[in-house]
Design a protein around this ligand. Sequence first.
Ligand SMILES: CN1CCC(Oc2ccc(-c3[nH]nc4cccc(OCC5CCCCC5)c34)cc2)CC1
Length: 275
Amino acid sequence: NESIVIKGKQFLVLKMIGRGGSSKVYQVLDQRNQLFAVKYVNLEEADPQTVESYKNEIEHLNHLQQYSDQIIKLYDYEITNSYIYMLMECGNLDLNTWLRNRKTVNPLERKFYWKNMLEAVQTIHKHGIVHSDLKPANFVIVNASLKLIDFGIANRIQPDVTSIMKDSQVGTLNYMPPEAIKDTSSQPGKISTKGDVWSLGCIMYCMTYGKTPFQTITNQITKLHAIIDPTHEIEFPDIAEKDLLDVLKRCLVRNPRERISIAELLEHSYLKLQS
Ligand SMILES: CN1CCC(Oc2ccc(-c3[nH]nc4cccc(OCC5CCCCC5)c34)cc2)CC1
């Protein structure tokens, strides 16, 4: 097996976890047999904007470590002109893989994961970051809690091509808020924090009904029209947890101004632990 040296520390590569265009994520062991994830980015073909986006992501990830346990740990990193190594906390499974493998979700587990997701996204919002492309693959299960692994600032990581992940979730429209489609200014920065609430609502819809609100519409153009069409009513089949039903309905409101906020979601009765 190959080994990697980061800031003078040697790591043994166990396997590749995922890969993107110029980036790869490995599962590694240190000399004390501690497990880590190492994100390797090849900068040789990267244009200056890409290099800048990765540095920006690392700076934010490094800074937000102290504010929430729901942000993946970044222990160290090494940046040169030709590569980046990021030494990070290693999770057991990303939420996308977890969702695909188990259609039925334990209500208490779902509630706990929802709280974790809200706390992670509230943390980046408090520091002026709007992810604007949240999906299950951005969250990883570490022991029993969910952690956010990227802020949507740098390029995407796709799962390792040898893994049979058919929908790697890169470029999926299933979590896209209506305002991102309608936003005539088409500047991504224009999307408010409410865009992330819509995406989280789609994730929670999937954890409740086993699919995202527009997943059955396979034609991408038709899907985009449905997302922005106020006459296309999203179905909310009745469920025992009425509080959860209310959360879903308030997240999936097409007008961002009328949509519930992260702060309100954290106060919502759904998160109050029933006696
Ligand atoms: C399909 N197969 C994959 C390996 C394994 O799942 C993961 C294990 C660890 C992790 C991870 N931990 N720390 C991580 C820190 C950064 C990035 C990370 O992933 C990136 C990318 C990996 C592919 C799926 C989307 C996230 C990170 C993530 C998925 C089991 C399922």
